[in-house]
Write a protein that binds this ligand. Structure first.
Ligand code: G
Ligand code: G
Ligand code: MN
Ligand code: NA
Length: 249
């Protein structure tokens, strides 16, 4: 049986669930949780999003799935202290094939989550074709007060000045650059250049995939603002995220 056949009914069968990974400040406080979807397949067990998100994009299932993820994430985040936000990954397909501002407005209204507590993560690949329609969508989202993060930065082709014009609030340095720290000289040089330029443009820089104390120290020395990775926590179920959040008061 093809995985795509099973994927078609998975949403109605309630087989998706959300995990959350903390993003912390330089002094270790949780400021945000990134939402990462999981699929509990009835016979195969957990299927990785790296496997089913591309399938969902090919089949168009990403549209209802993405709507469910956004609404669910906003609702769960209302249980956290109000200084903690929630990040939601958007597929480039959601950008092209749905009225995204309408959906975001509706998800915020129905959940009661304040707009600044929602951070939308968009991968660089969206901007290979930054059409007037995409630019208008980004501007409309910003006017609503939600935060925009550029995900997987450094793996695509966009320049920082261009991102500034598109009004991104944050950039997330891809984990492939963090992996080589602190030993790789060229890796550190690239990370330093991204942080320095982004900071001068008043953007917040998040490093992804931080796994070791040495990487953490190196990133802090380079002036990175926020950190995410297994060193702090793996993605955890909603109950555990809530416990992490409330422990912090
Ligand atoms: O969660 P990791 O745990 O394995 O995720 C693998 C890939 O799937 C990453 O590229 C991540 O951005 C993507 N992904 C995870 N959750 C979501 C989601 O809710 N929406 C979209 N569009 N992509 C997601
Ligand atoms: O594409 P995106 O950056 O949204 O995907 C995040 C992916 O990175 C998820 O698969 C998540 O589980 C994974 N991840 C989060 N922290 C770490 C880490 O410290 N090390 C590694 N190798 N992967 C991580
Ligand atoms: Mn992401
Ligand atoms: Na990323």
């Amino acid at each position: 049986r093809a995985l795509s056949t099973d994927l078609r009914g998975a949403l109605d069968r309630n087989e998706f669930l959300l995990h959350f990974q903390p993003i912390v400040t330089t002094d270790g406080r949780v400021v945000c949780f990134e939402t990462l979807v999981r699929w509990r397949h009835p016979t195969r067990g957990f299927v990785s999003p790296a496997e089913f998100i591309p399938l969902a994009e090919e089949t168009g299932i990403i549209i209802p799935m993405g709507e469910w993820i956004l609404r669910q994430a906003c609702t769960i985040a209302t249980e956290w202290p109000s200084d903690i936000s929630v990040a939601v990954n958007l597929s480039p397909i959601q950008f092209r094939h749905s009225d995204l501002p309408l959906l975001v407005r509706s998800a915020l209204r129905d959940s009661g989550l304040a707009a600044p507590r929602l951070e939308l993560e968009i991968t660089e690949s969206v901007f290979l074709e930054a059409t007037p329609a995409i630019k208008a969508t980004l501007a409309e989202l910003r006017e609503m007060g939600v935060s925009l993060s550029l995900d997987d930065f450094g793996t695509g082709y966009s320049s920082l000045s261009y991102l500034r014009r598109l009004a991104f609030n944050k950039i997330k340095i891809d984990q492939s650059f963090v992996k080589d720290l602190p030993h790789e000289q060229s890796g550190a040089a690239i990370v330093r250049a991204i942080i320095d330029l982004a900071t001068s443009l008043k953007m917040t820089v998040i490093a992804e995939g931080v796994e070791t104390e040495a990487q953490r120290r190196c990133l802090l020395n380079l002036g990175c603002h926020e950190l995410q990775g297994y060193l702090f926590s793996r993605p955890v179920p909603a109950k555990e995220a809530e416990a992490l959040a409330s422990r912090q008061g």
